[in-house]
Design a protein around this ligand. Structure first.
Ligand SMILES: *[C@@H]1O[C@H](CO)[C@@H](O)[C@H](O)[C@H]1NC(C)=O
Ligand SMILES: *[C@@H]1O[C@H](CO)[C@@H](O)[C@H](O)[C@H]1NC(C)=O
Ligand SMILES: *[C@@H]1O[C@H](CO)[C@@H](O)[C@H](O)[C@H]1NC(C)=O
Ligand SMILES: *[C@@H]1O[C@H](CO)[C@@H](O)[C@H](O)[C@H]1NC(C)=O
Ligand SMILES: *[C@@H]1O[C@H](CO)[C@@H](O)[C@H](O)[C@H]1NC(C)=O
Ligand SMILES: *[C@@H]1O[C@H](CO)[C@@H](O)[C@H](O)[C@H]1NC(C)=O
Ligand SMILES: *[C@@H]1O[C@H](CO)[C@@H](O)[C@H](O)[C@H]1NC(C)=O
Ligand SMILES: *[C@@H]1O[C@H](CO)[C@@H](O)[C@H](O)[C@H]1NC(C)=O
Ligand SMILES: *[C@@H]1O[C@H](CO)[C@@H](O)[C@H](O)[C@H]1NC(C)=O
Ligand SMILES: *[C@@H]1O[C@H](CO)[C@@H](O)[C@H](O)[C@H]1NC(C)=O
Length: 438
C-alpha cells in the first residue's frame, strides 16, 4: 500500500490524540457518565460514579475516592442528598455549562440532581471556557481560562478533612465550614453528627449530635503549628491554626512519604484520624475524639474535670469543690458534678491549675494585656476564673487572649490526651484563698 505522508501524519494524530488529552479534567464539550472516571495528575484520587457497598436500592453518587486503596474510601460526595437510581434507561451525566457550572443531570438533561450553582459576574458568558480539574490533593476545582478558581470541592466538605483543606470561620460573614457525617455505612446522606468551629467564639471546635455537643476541642492557645503522631521518628502530621483579621482556620499537612491519612467524622459520631496501613490493607485509627467516656462533653458535670493523668481517666472535682452527690459519684455517675465546699467571698484569691483544657462558656474579652485580664477578673465579684495566653500572631489588634468565666464551669480536662497544644493554666477563684498582690 502506498501511504502518503499525509496519511502517516493523520494516523499519528489519531494515535496521539486520545493520549494527549489530559484525563484529570473535564472540558466544556465532554461528559462524565457511570463507568468513566477522571484521575488526578499523580494518580492519588479518582472522580466518578459509585454505589456504596450495601446501598439498597442501588443508588449512584458522584464522588471522589482514593485511587490506590482497594477498599472504596470516598472522601467527597456531590449529590449526597439526591441519589440517582442506577437504572440504565437514563444514565446520569456530569458536564460543564457555559455559565461556568458543573451540573449532574439525568440522561436527557431534564432533571438536575446537583450543581455547583455559582454565578459569574461577567457579561460575555460565551467567552468563558471553564475547565473542571481533579487535583492530586483530592480537590475538584472549577477553573476559568485565566487560572482563577471559581469553585472547589475543598470548600464544600462532606465528612472528610483532607491534608490541605481548611475548616474555616469568617469573622465578618460568620460563615463556617462544617463536616457532616454519613447517615450509615451505605448511605452518604447527611447524618446527625457535625464538626465545625464554635459559632460563638470561633476559638474551639465542636462535634455535635444534632444540636447537642458530644465533644469540644481545647480552645486555641495561640499556637500556629503543632506536630503530632510520631511515626518512624518523624512527625506524621503538622496541624496549623491560621488567624488573621478576616478568618481563623484549621488546616494540616502530612510529612513527605506518609501513607494516605485523613480526618473523618464517622457515622457513629467519632472524629477520627485514620491512616492507611498497607501491610494490613486496612485503615488504622491513630486518634479519635471523643477518646474515652470522661472525654465526652460535660461528662464530669459542672465543676468536675476528666483527669487523664490517671491510668484509667476519671472524673474529679476542682479545688475547693466536692461531689454534689457522693452516692451518685461513687457509683460512677458524674453528671451532677460538684459543688463548692465553701461560699465564695468577693476578695478570695485565685489558684492556678496547670495543664488544663479550660471550661466552655467563657467570655472572650478583647484588647486586654495579661495583667489587665487578671486584674479585671479579680475586681469583678462575679468572675470565678480566667485564663490568658500570649498569641504568637496578633490578629484583630490583639496580642493576648483573655477568657473570663462567671457562670458554671463545664467540660474540663487535665492533661489532654495526644494534644498538648491546647493545654493551659486555669486561674480559679477559690474560697478562703488570700488574694495575691497582682
Ligand atoms: C449500575 O448497575 C449496573 C447494572 O446492574 C452495574 O453493572 C453497575 O456496576 C452499576 N453501577 C455502579 C456504579 O455500581
Ligand atoms: C451557552 O452558549 C450558547 C452558544 O454560545 C448560547 O446559545 C447559550 O445561550 C449559552 N447558555 C448559557 C446558559 O449561557
Ligand atoms: C442556586 O442558587 C440559587 C440562589 O442561591 C437558589 O435559589 C437555587 O435554588 C439554586 N439552584 C440549585 C439547582 O441548587
Ligand atoms: C479571571 O476570569 C474571571 C471570570 O472567569 C474573572 O472574574 C476574573 O476577574 C479574572 N481574573 C483576572 C486576573 O483576569
Ligand atoms: C445522638 O442523638 C440521638 C437522638 O438525640 C441519640 O439517640 C443517640 O444516642 C445520640 N448518639 C450519640 C453518639 O450521642
Ligand atoms: C523510615 O521510613 C523510611 C522510608 O519511609 C525507611 O527507609 C526507613 O528505614 C524507616 N526507618 C525506620 C527506623 O523504620
Ligand atoms: C501496620 O500494622 C501492623 C500490625 O498492627 C504494624 O506492625 C505496622 O507497624 C503497621 N504499619 C504502619 C506503617 O503503621
Ligand atoms: C484597648 O484598650 C486600651 C485601654 O486599655 C484603649 O486605650 C484602646 O483604645 C483599646 N483599643 C481598642 C482597639 O479597643
Ligand atoms: C463582671 O463580669 C460579668 C460577667 O463576665 C459581666 O457581665 C459584668 O459586666 C462585669 N462587671 C463589671 C463591673 O465589669
Ligand atoms: C507573654 O508575653 C510577655 C511579654 O511578651 C511575657 O512577659 C510573658 O511572660 C508571656 N507570658 C506567657 C504565659 O507566656
Amino acid at each position: 500500500m502506498d501511504w502518503s505522508p499525509l496519511t502517516y501524519i493523520t494516523i499519528l494524530i489519531l494515535l496521539l490524540l486520545p493520549m494527549s488529552a489530559p484525563d484529570d479534567r473535564l472540558a466544556l464539550d465532554k461528559t462524565l457518565s457511570p463507568g468513566t472516571t477522571i484521575v488526578s495528575d499523580g494518580g492519588a484520587f479518582t472522580l466518578g460514579f459509585f454505589s456504596p457497598a450495601n446501598s439498597t436500592p442501588a443508588n449512584l453518587y458522584l464522588g471522589i475516592w482514593y485511587t490506590a486503596i482497594p477498599e472504596l474510601t470516598v472522601v467527597w460526595v456531590a449529590n449526597r442528598e439526591t441519589p440517582v437510581a442506577n437504572d440504565t434507561t437514563s444514565a446520569p451525566k456530569l458536564f460543564l455549562t457555559n455559565s461556568s457550572n458543573l451540573v449532574l443531570a439525568d440522561g436527557n438533561g431534564g432533571h438536575i440532581f446537583w450543581t455547583t450553582n455559582i454565578t459569574t459576574t461577567t457579561s460575555s458568558s460565551s467567552s468563558i471556557l471553564p475547565t473542571a480539574v481533579l487535583l492530586n490533593t483530592g480537590s475538584l476545582i472549577l477553573r476559568s481560562p485565566n487560572g482563577t478558581t471559581l469553585w472547589q470541592s475543598f470548600e464544600h466538605p462532606t465528612d472528610t478533612f483532607l491534608p490541605g483543606m481548611k475548616i474555616r470561620a469568617n469573622y465578618k460573614t460568620h460563615d463556617r465550614d462544617i463536616l457532616v457525617s454519613w447517615k450509615r455505612p451505605g448511605d452518604p446522606s447527611p447524618g446527625s453528627f457535625s464538626y465545625s468551629s464554635d459559632p460563638g467564639s470561633f476559638l474551639q471546635f465542636f462535634l455535635w449530635n444534632g444540636s447537642r455537643p458530644v465533644y469540644r476541642s481545647a480552645p486555641w492557645t495561640g499556637y500556629q503549628v503543632s506536630s503530632q503522631y510520631q511515626a518512624n521518628n518523624s512527625n506524621l502530621i503538622h496541624q496549623s491554626i491560621i488567624n488573621n483579621d478576616e478568618e481563623i482556620y484549621l488546616t494540616y499537612s502530612l510529612a513527605d512519604g506518609a501513607a494516605e491519612t485523613r480526618y473523618v467524622l464517622t457515622y457513629s459520631g467519632k472524629f477520627q484520624l485514620q491512616s492507611w496501613n498497607k501491610s494490613l490493607s486496612a485503615w488504622a485509627v491513630l486518634g479519635e475524639w471523643p477518646n474515652w467516656e470522661c472525654d465526652r462533653y460535660g461528662y464530669c458535670g459542672p465543676y468536675g474535670y476528666c483527669d487523664n493523668t490517671e491510668v484509667l481517666p476519671t472524673c474529679k472535682c476542682l479545688e475547693g469543690f466536692q461531689p454534689a452527690s457522693t452516692g451518685e459519684w461513687s457509683s460512677g455517675r458524674f453528671s451532677d458534678g460538684c459543688r463548692r465546699k465553701e461560699v465564695l467571698q468577693c476578695g478570695d484569691g485565685f489558684s492556678p491549675l496547670p495543664s488544663m483544657k479550660v471550661p466552655d462558656g467563657f467570655v472572650h474579652v478583647l484588647n486586654r494585656s495579661m495583667e489587665e485580664c487578671a486584674a479585671e477578673c479579680a475586681r469583678n465579684c462575679s468572675c470565678v476564673g480566667y485564663a490568658q495566653v500570649n498569641l504568637s500572631s496578633s490578629a484583630r489588634g490583639d496580642s493576648t487572649r483573655c477568657f473570663m468565666w462567671s457562670g458554671e464551669l463545664i467540660d474540663m480536662e487535665k492533661k489532654i490526651g495526644g494534644n498538648v497544644a491546647g493545654s493551659e493554666t486555669l486561674h480559679l477563684r477559690v474560697a478562703g484563698l488570700a488574694a495575691s498582690g497582682t
